[in-house]
Write a protein that binds this ligand. Sequence first.
Ligand SMILES: [Zn+2]
Length: 448
Amino acid sequence: MQASELYGRQLALTPLEAQDLPAATQKFVALRVTANRLQCQRCGSVLNRQAAQLPRDQFYCYDCLNLGRVSTLTSLYHISEPNDFPKVDQLTWQGQLTDQQASCAAMIQTKFEAHQRQLLWAVTGAGKTEMLFPGLAWALAQGWRVAIASPRVDVCLELHPRLQAAFANLEIALLHGRQITPYRYCQLTICTTHQLLRFRAAFDVLIVDEVDAFPFAANPRLGYAVEQALKPVSALLYLTATPSQDLLRQVRQHELGLSYLPLRFHQQLLPPIRVTLQPRYWERLKKGKLPWPLRPWLADYANRGQRFLIFVPRVAQLAVVQAAIQQVYPGLKGLTVHASDPERLAKVQAMRNLDVQYLVTTTILERGVTFPGIDVIVLGADDPIFSTAALVQIAGRVGRSKARPTGLVRFICRSYARPVKRAIRQIKLVNRKGRRLRAEMPVVSPLE
Ligand SMILES: [Zn+2]
């Protein structure tokens, strides 16, 4: 094993695998066992003794098993991050930031320089990624090691080519669970938050994109991963369009600095959510019929070639909806996609390539994915599976391109559930702030 494979990492190896490691290698306990407590040192989980039991009084961690087994038969091996990077000419991006983006970008860089923690709360389609470029270029020029992590693999897959285009001469590592290419030591890493568990005191700057997305919001292990992957002196930036109550609490308690941008990059407001109550939509679909008003909407889309996404609450509903559409409009070309669909990436690509006119999808496409000029329909938006954040994110898929900055966001519900009401309210609030900003009036964050 090359030394660079251990720089800033913590790899679980057996004594046999750890033979002939470089002299600088440090070794840590992988699973801490005391009389009444069993804790994995890679993911932080406190384990149930019975569930973690192996033969001959050994134990393993079942919580981070998909990263390779941590057990009492392994140790964690690590080499201190040396920041051993070649000097390259970095930012090749030629684009322009709007004035509002530029002031957020300046704030981001200032906080990097000061090793501070911050939250960038920017509306969907504000151009968050571009706002990172100046600060990233600065950090990379200092020889700092940087990671951009997201809870969602789709977000990583979309970020990687954009960052690679912006930093054309820089080698950028992409790490996620479905990857087959071997690990490489790079100055900039894009990875799922889960992959951060393999790092230790590695990053001078860590950016967590879509921080509110499942499973980060619901998973304390990933918070542990972030702390573990950061150097003791480092900067942390959370990005989100829909901050959780917990993040906002951290802002109020001054644990996080806040930058707020309520206007999209093309200066247009977010499309409002339009709700149609249709108590019997699902019964109609199950009979292979398109409920009102889905039928006239789709007729219009079939006519105009307008592209769209239909979100449904459950995987089992995908085929039902797709069959009903095919029955009535056989000429409309579309696909269904869900999280564990083996062809998921290819199907998303088919939509990107304009090979199909629509996708019927579960919440996996709620964020990170941009299809220019689409409309969105959410069937059963009142289903408990859709949180307020998810609904705001779904609505945010619409109107993202300069060429078509508007579009329709339509929900079909049985009733006005609380998350639906909250999502409508949140978009109205952001648009009020956006209008002020557009009129060059001062904007304070919604917290104040
Ligand atoms: Zn573990």
